[in-house]
Design a protein around this ligand. Structure first.
Ligand SMILES: Nc1nc2c(ncn2[C@@H]2O[C@H](COP(=O)(O)O[C@H]3[C@@H](O)[C@H](n4cnc5c(=O)[nH]c(N)nc54)O[C@@H]3COP(=O)(O)O)[C@@H](O)[C@H]2O)c(=O)[nH]1
Length: 681
């Protein structure tokens, strides 16, 4: 094949030869493809057959001019009609080849299809417009992830102009809210699928964070190598805020902003689920304002709204973080207490609410007092599901209303009776100290080596005018809860020091007497001063005072408590760890404490000898005491077998009913005068 023929066959553009009249004499494959005809078909046609009527004049003008000898070549744009009917824009370059006599031998025609080039141009223009005017930010980086282009929307959203960011890695936008794993996963997706899409929190130039919905695509070159990354993102911060707002309103009361009925049920359901797993109780309180109708009718609805908002604020302040208070509608509120261990907890929340509402609310120059009628139902006792609990709390609330304003009722009569009893006890306890109803009883500590009394523990008793002797186990927790334990323990301290000094003056012996102190005493800032004052007022030598601390008190220690203990120890006051073994004291910790005695809890002594675990624990505590140079006292010794077991292990002293129950001071004096006890065989 001649070179010219080869070019004709393989040229990317259309090439054709035409007769002087415009008939086709030859057409190359590109030309045929462009028009959709076979060459043999074209050879039966002329140029007008493939030219739409409107464009035929262009061709005709040229041919006429050539034939008149006015021109030989021309380049013009026109349209062809494809075999299938559609039009193609083309650029035609045509040259006339003449005979020596000047007449036209034939035409050489070169045709370029402009449609694809136009399309590309149009597309590029469109993309440019899109890039410039898009509402979505567009950021393009090169293969090394350096920014090569950003659009105006990028600047609008981030605050960074194009000049400030070109050449930088987009990581400067990061807010630091996502961890390494987040970005690793993003890059993994880009590598494997060429695409990543998701929500991301970035930071604007002014430092504010914003949420964006980001979509990144990888662009590859013809060789399949990464060429660019194109990131397109929208600022969805306001959308998120709006969504959060809608969601908030779906679950909250718009007036008070408290959780609404729906959210309360949700929280109640959650609390019931947890309580079921952990064997706890949940309380549901229904609260109805006693005087809301009056406020609304006399002061108007606007004032009524402010009244409800203030009530809501006060209710919120009465509760802990994991409690829920909700407005059920109108003047009805409900509270879920998810962690109820004792009835007292519910009563103290109700008392807090009553105290909070006792303060009048100033409304339009008037002082308005609010009060609630409150009904209480308990899971699981009063109902195992939400609907039953709600119904029963409501019933209880109506009972409270019937009983008069500003009061509460539990759903079950038994519960109401218990609460009444507790209230009576509380009222009596508040008077007990003033009325001199407390008394101290003493239990001796017996040294195993010689059977002598080597100390005593002072134990509080309350002589209730109607109910007789009440054990501390029944009133100390209540005294702690209502804050009475501090004055009570102060009285105990003074009484112990006074009594001990009196025994010494009367020659009954010199023994240390131990006092049980509540954790609350240690936490008070005046604890050290109170002890010092008692020692000074009574004039007793500090070494005759022993303070018993539980492990739990010590575990919550602060440096301040530790310093106080060290200081009191330096004065001569002794410390014993009570109920040793029930807490989690570490050995390292024990070493730092200024204690001189460990008291083995009576729960470990009860089943020895016999229970191998308890035997091992008692043995370990005694050995621990020996290693650290601490006295070990075993509590709760009731039997001869327990006594002999402790003797064999080398325990220092014991306390328990085997020798004596706690005794009033006068009885204890008799013990001080008696012969030593029989101890080890
Ligand atoms: N903050 C204060 N707490 C005090 C005070 N007085 C007592 N308490 C604490 O009350 C709890 C109950 O005390 P109590 O009912 O007096 O019981 C004590 C003993 O009677 C009892 N015990 C003694 N020996 C035996 C025995 O052989 N068997 C047996 N079943 N019980 C016995 O043990 C109680 C002493 O316990 P502990 O103090 O843990 O060593 C009690 O926790 C007291 O601490 C006070 O003034 N303030």
């Amino acid at each position: 094949m001649k070179e010219v023929d080869w070019i004709f066959e393989h040229a990317p553009h259309g090439l054709a030869l035409g007769s002087p009249e415009g008939r086709w004499l030859a057409a190359n494959p590109a030309y045929c493809r462009m028009l959709g005809y076979e060459e043999r078909e074209l050879l039966q046609m002329d140029v007008y057959d493939v030219t739409p009527e409107e464009d035929q004049a262009i061709t005709r003008r040229f041919l006429d001019a050539v034939h008149r000898g006015e021109m030989d070549t021309a380049i013009y744009e026109k349209r062809y009609r494809h075999k299938q009917g559609h039009l193609i824009e083309v650029r035609v370059a045509v040259a006339a080849v003449r005979h020596p006599d000047g007449s036209v031998s034939h035409f050489v025609v070169q045709v370029v299809d402009l449609s694809t080039a136009r399309e590309r141009e149009n597309k590029l223009r469109l993309y440019g417009e899109l890039f410039e005017h898009s509402n979505e930010a567009i950021l393009i980086t090169d293969r090394d992830n350096r920014i090569v282009a950003v659009n105006p929307a990028f600047t609008r959203i981030t605050g960074y102009g194009a000049k400030e960011v070109l050449g930088r890695n987009p990581r400067f936008l990061s807010s630091g809210r996502h961890d390494r794993a987040f970005y690793q996963q993003m890059w993994r997706a880009l590598k494997t699928t060429g695409h990543w899409e998701g929500e991301i929190i970035n930071r604007r130039k002014d430092g504010r964070e914003y949420h964006e919905w980001l979509s990144i695509s990888v662009i590859h070159d013809e060789q399949g190598q990464v060429q660019n990354f194109v990131a397109i993102f929208t600022d969805i911060s306001s959308l998120k805020d709006a969504y959060a707002q809608v969601e908030f309103l779906a679950y909250h009361d718009p007036l008070t902003l408290l959780p609404n009925r729906v959210l309360l049920r949700d929280r109640l359901q959650q609390a019931i689920g947890e309580a079921h797993r952990e064997g706890r109780q949940v309380a549901l309180l229904y609260l109805d304002l006693d005087n809301f109708k009056h406020v609304n009718d006399s002061l108007g609805h606007g004032v009524g709204d402010r009244f409800l908002q203030e009530i809501a604020r006060r209710l919120r302040n009465c509760l802990r973080e994991d409690d829920t208070v909700s407005r059920q509608g109108g003047d009805e509120f409900a509270i879920v207490l998810p962690h109820v261990r004792r009835l007292d907890h519910i009563v103290s929340v109700i008392e807090k609410i009553q105290t909070a509402l006792a303060e009048p609310i100033a409304l339009q120059g008037q002082q308005v007092r609010a009060s609630f009628s409150i009904g209480v139902a308990l899971y699981p006792d009063d109902g195992g599901d939400i609907d039953t609990l709600v119904k029963h709390a409501d019933v209880a609330m109506y009972h409270a209303k019937e009983a008069g304003r500003d009061t509460y009722r539990f759903f079950t009569p038994a519960m109401n009776a218990r609460v009444r009893a507790r209230l009576r006890l509380e009222n009596r306890l508040r008077q007990a100290l003033e009325q001199g109803e407390f008394e101290l009883w003493y239990q001796p500590r017996v040294r195993l080596a010689d059977g002598r009394i080597c100390g005593a523990e002072a134990l509080l008793r309350w002589r209730h005018p109607e109910d007789g002797w009440i054990s501390p186990g029944d009133f100390i927790p209540l005294a702690e809860e209502i804050g009475l334990i501090v004055p009570i323990d102060q009285w105990v301290l003074e009484e112990v020091c006074r009594q001990n000094l009196e025994w010494q003056r009367r020659g009954l012996g010199e023994i240390p007497v131990a006092v049980n102190l509540s954790a609350m005493d240690f936490r008070r800032p005046d604890f050290r001063d109170r002890i010092v004052r008692v020692l000074a007022d009574t004039g007793i030598d500090p070494r005759w005072l022993e303070l018993e601390l539980t492990e739990s008190v010590l575990l919550q220690h602060t440096d301040e408590i530790m310093a106080t203990l060290q200081w009191l120890r330096s004065l001569g006051v002794n410390f014993a760890i009570d109920d040793f073994g029930t807490g989690y004291s570490s050995l390292a910790y024990l070493k730092q404490l200024p204690v001189s005695m460990l008291k083995v809890d009576r729960s470990f002594v009860r089943d020895v000898p016999g229970d191998p675990n308890d035997e091992a624990i008692v043995k370990a505590v005694i050995e621990l005491g020996q290693v650290f140079g601490l006295q070990v006292v075993a509590e709760g010794v009731e039997t001869e077998a327990q006594l002999q077991f402790l003797c064999r292990l080398g325990c220092d002293s014991v306390q328990g009913f085997r020798f004596s129950r706690p005794q009033p001071a006068a009885e204890f004096e008799r013990l001080l005068c008696r012969e030593p006890f029989r101890t080890c065989d």
